[in-house]
Write a protein of this length. Structure first.
Length: 177
């Protein structure tokens, strides 16, 4: 009788262990499924743009828009190049998205497609703060790193502003991560 009771206890322990393993597997599957269904920022942007009939950027790649001073974003006369970067971040912080969008280099404007798409993207980031580092000057090129702080992380960009024929132009804005 004692042996039969020991066998029954062993079976109960094994069944309990199997139940715990099944619960663990279910939890892992639910978490993986939840993460897989969470859209990435580029997917959110594309969904928003499609819903509004706006431009989309499949794959989240930056369109190849070469730097051309004839069409590039020009630094206004009397404004220091690094002030353009500071103004951009001040506009972002103040929610002046159209003004900030107009300061972006042309390839970034093409990436977002419109100031409305750009505004939706930045609003989605939930920017809580901005900062701009001291500019680095090398001849006719100035680089400035600016950072947008979000609840998830800091997003830093390296801006390059170049002087061509006496006029400053916003050449590029690339990730500084």
């Amino acid at each position: 009788m004692s042996e039969e009771r020991n066998n029954q206890q062993m079976i109960m322990y094994l069944l309990g262990g199997v139940a715990v393993l099944l619960v663990a597997v279910i939890v892992v599957l639910v978490v993986q499924n939840r993460n897989a269904s969470t859209p990435q920022p580029t997917q959110v942007l594309q969904q928003q743009q499609q819903a509004q009939g706006g431009a989309t950027n499949p794959g989240g790649t930056v369109p190849n828009v070469p730097f051309d001073p004839k069409t590039a974003t020009k630094v206004p006369a009397g404004v220091k190049p690094e002030e353009v970067v500071q103004k951009y971040y001040d506009d972002v912080k103040a929610g002046k998205y159209e003004e900030a969008y107009n300061l972006l280099p042309k390839d970034k404007q093409a990436y977002y497609g419109s100031s409305q798409s750009y505004a939706q993207t930045l609003q989605g980031y939930g920017i809580t703060g901005v900062s701009v580092e001291k500019p680095q000057v090398a001849g006719d090129t100035i680089t400035v790193v600016g950072t947008q702080q979000t609840p998830q992380m800091a997003i830093s960009y390296r801006w390059t502003i170049e002087k061509v024929s006496g006029t400053w132009y916003v050449k590029s804005r690339e990730s500084a991560q």
